[in-house]
Design a binder for this molecule. Structure first.
Ligand SMILES: [Zn+2]
Length: 138
């Protein structure tokens, strides 16, 4: 729930520029616990768009003047351990719903494909290829 410079806390409704310290200090939760409790994706930002833009500007200036030297390996490790980029149960459920809604044209049994090949044989060959690939994976 972010608009302009403030983001609303889903626990108490207070509107702040960023929630991380508020959530920890007032509600005794980590950002990860807060996101889980409210069904938010792992990458959901706890800062308003304006706050993030300000911080990005400060960081960009520090990199430009040499006072900050970014370490991409450490940054990606920190993001990984913070759970960013990992799919939550909500993310997986949403993806499954989207996948189910995609229409998949499947020829009925006994039909011929446009190139004249037998649809059942092509389907069987595809299943064998996929099974072989699954067995090869560790
Ligand atoms: Zn609060």
């Amino acid at each position: 729930m972010s608009d302009g410079g403030l983001i609303a806390c889903l626990e108490c409704g207070r509107r702040l520029s960023q929630l991380a310290s508020h959530i920890s200090r007032v509600h005794g939760m980590t950002g990860q616990e807060y996101r889980q409790r409210h069904g938010l994706p792992a990458g959901y930002s706890l800062a308003s768009a304006a706050y993030r833009a300000t911080q990005a500007g400060i960081t960009a200036r520090r990199i430009a003047d040499g006072s900050l030297r970014p370490d991409p390996l450490a940054a990606s490790e920190a993001a990984r351990s913070a759970g960013r980029g990992q799919r939550t149960a909500e993310d997986l459920a949403r993806q499954a719903e989207i996948a189910r809604a995609i229409p998949r044209a499947q020829l009925p049994p006994g039909a011929k494909r446009a190139d004249g090949r037998d649809a059942d044989r092509a389907r069987e060959a595809q299943r064998r290829r996929r099974a072989a690939l699954r067995e090869r994976r560790p």
